[in-house]
Design a protein around this ligand. Structure first.
Ligand code: ADP
Ligand code: MG
Length: 615
């Protein structure tokens, strides 16, 4: 039967082009990628073999062979791992299975400004072979199957697939080197590459038929810390996390006592593109006594630490533990507690030892940690100490302890304001009264910020309070008001307020005079018992609530416009034009809060009418 020709999915050929021409600065990493895949394939079969020993047959010892043929100018990498079926060859090597393809291409499109190494996180591993290969041949036989298939491609637009006759299980990849890549035919060069990148891989790599492995082939996490170099940690991180950046934090510890396990975890230096994927999967692999079990152990890592990468190796779980048995397993829960405490305490040290790098970490993963503030009351206290926010008091990030230290006499609460971005928030009229009294306000811009303050309630004995509900608190705070000379409230204020209430009717809950504003004419606030404005809008967008509750329109009697309106409120015939202005002010307040207009046409008409009179 002739080989079947197939097209790569469109994205793949573009991707190949990028990988080959710009992704890696060092071509030698192709070998690391292929060895990494071979090692993953062995780990997978070792796990399957625990329950289906027949899959291992008479070949239970895993290994990776690398050989060079100088005459044909080929390198062959073969493993006796799990292998691939025909469909798996097509699926795994002909498409990019990861959900991130679109995100990847977007980043590539922006690659001129972004550092190209930033796109490494998208796991293009196998395709790295085409940096040095003019053609790649993959022959594979799935463990337990008696069929084998050959996949071949020159890495341009197509690949072919046809039946093969491989006699043993596993995968054999042959690289036909490009013209100028002869350096990779040198066995000593390959030995150096293996040593550099693949020393820690748990499977022996045998070079050109030698008996002795070219790598150390031990589980890195079982070695003692003092024997591991920074370079080895880094390479292991790259391998286990499919990452290419430098880890921000490396945690390596052994827990002894009631339960025994070893953890080697990394906090990535970069934010992965799928951090907010609703599935929220973590990246910590579970091993039992050096045997890989799964990279999706439910409950091993709290969802709000899902950015962690690495390995947890248990001494207590039975080796034949099935993935199903892991659910609700008390041993897993204990390890989760242990690793969570460990990570939080190390993050605390990180924050105090190295605030600059910690701020970078917080920009990447703070929004995820905040999920823990409302999900896990157990860790609330530790997490609130790790919390960093923007605030009106400084350009950088502040901690809650900093904030409390700066609170004013008479100030009982920690004030915050939620919105889309800190720059816009800083100009929000709600802040005027606080600025006038020099009271600091936290500016919160992550989606989760709408939830945690209500759940956490307090830091120490200080309650969290949104400034949209804190009008009355301001009065209690001592201190020089920085606003200009008190002007007496304009006459006619009560008439104006009555007129505005009548005009706006059902659109609002109430109209009140306020002293929280200094330069703005109006703002919208909520009553003590009502939801925070920003939270309510978030819930409405996610269809969690039907009817938004009504707001209170607060007017600033000292504002020139309001004072003039008040003066005219009593005059006969003025009511009509004041009505238009009342609506305009209401719409303006909504816009300033980041809301949209319910009726832009009416807004335009009123604005036109008012302007016509003014010109
Ligand atoms: P990643 O390793 O990040 O998943 P790769 O591009 O390196 O991405 O590999 C794609 C997929 O191809 C792997 O996830 C795996 O399913 C499959 N694969 C690659 N090499 C092998 C191999 N030697 N044995 C079995 N499967 C493999
Ligand atoms: Mg890979």
């Amino acid at each position: 039967m002739p080989a079947e020709q197939m097209q790569f999915r469109a994205e793949v050929s573009r991707l190949l082009d990028i990988v080959v021409h710009s992704l890696y600065s060092e071509k030698e990493v192709f070998l690391r990628e292929l060895i990494s895949n071979a090692s993953d394939a062995c780990d997978k079969l070792r796990y399957e073999g625990l329950t289906q020993p027949e899959l291992l047959g008479d070949d239970p010892d895993f290994r990776i062979n690398i050989s060079v043929d100088k005459k044909d100018r080929t390198i062959t990498i073969s493993d006796n791992g799990i292998g691939m079926t025909r469909d798996e060859l097509v699926e795994n090597l002909g498409t990019i299975a990861r959900s991130g393809t679109a995100a990847f291409l977007q980043q590539v499109a922006d690659a001129k400004k972004a550092d190209v190494s930033q796109i490494g996180q998208f796991g293009v591993g196998f395709y790295a072979a085409f940096m040095v290969a003019q053609a790649v041949e993959v022959v594979s036989r799935k463990a337990g199957s008696d069929e084998s298939w050959e996949w071949e491609s020159d890495g341009r637009g197509e690949f072919s697939i046809e039946e093969a006759d491989k006699s043993s299980r596993g995968t054999e990849i042959t690289i036909y080197l490009k013209q100028n890549e002869d350096e990779f035919l040198d066995v000593e060069r390959l030995r150096a590459i293996i040593h550099k990148y693949s020393d820690h891989i748990g499977i022996p790599v045998l070079l050109n038929g030698e008996d002795k492995a070219a790598n150390q082939a031990g589980a890195l996490w079982m070695q003692s810390k003092s024997d591991i170099t920074a370079e080895q940690y880094k390479e292991f991180y790259h391998h286990v996390a499919h990452a290419y950046d430098d880890a921000a934090l490396t945690l390596h510890w052994r827990a002894e006592g009631v339960i025994e396990y070893t953890g080697l975890l990394f906090v990535p230096g970069m934010k992965p593109f799928d951090l907010f994927d609703p599935k929220r999967q973590h990246g910590v692999k579970l091993y039992v006594k050096r045997v890989f079990i799964t990279d999706a152990a439910e409950g091993l890592v709290p969802p709000w630490l899902r950015f962690l990468r690495g390995v947890v190796d248990s001494e207590d779980l039975p080796l034949n533990v099935s993935r199903e048995m892991l659910q609700n397993n008390p041993m897993i829960a204990k390890m989760r507690q242990g690793l969570t405490k460990r990570v939080l305490s190390d993050l605390g040290k990180f924050a105090s030892d190295n605030p600059g790098d910690y701020a970078k970490f917080w920009e990447n993963f703070g929004a995820v940690l905040k999920e823990g503030l409302y999900e896990s009351s157990e860790y609330r206290e530790d997490l609130s100490k790790l919390l960093r926010c923007r605030s009106t008091a400084s350009d950088g990030l502040v901690s809650l302890a900093d904030y409390v230290g700066r609170m004013k006499p008479g100030q009982e609460s920690i004030f915050y304001l939620c919105g889309e971005n800190a720059e816009k928030l800083a100009r929000n009229p709600h802040l005027e009264g606080f600025k006038a009294k020099d009271v600091e306000v936290l500016l919160l811009t992550d989606n989760v910020d709408d939830f945690w303050p209500a759940a956490v309630e307090k830091f120490g004995d200080k309650a969290f309070k949104s400034v949209t509900r804190a009008g009355e608190d301001l009065g209690k705070i001592a201190g020089e008001d920085k606003k200009e000379e008190e002007k007496p409230a304009a006459e006619g204020m009560s008439d104006l307020i009555a007129l505005m209430k009548l005009t706006l009717g059902d659109a609002i809950k109430d109209v009140r005079a306020t002293d929280r504003l200094t330069s703005s004419a109006v703002c919208l606030t909520s009553d003590e018992g009502d939801l925070d404005i920003h939270l309510e809008r978030f819930l409405a967008q996610h269809n969690q609530i039907r009817n938004a509750s009504k707001r209170i329109l607060e007017v600033n009697p000292k504002h020139t416009l309001i004072a003039q309106m008040a003066a005219r409120a009593k005059q006969s015939g003025a009511a009509d034009s004041l009505k238009d202005v009342a609506w305009l002010l209401f719409d303006q307040a909504r816009l300033l809060d980041g809301d949209t207009l319910t009726d832009p046409v009416a807004f335009g008409e009123r604005l036109g009418a008012v302007l016509a009179k003014a010109v």
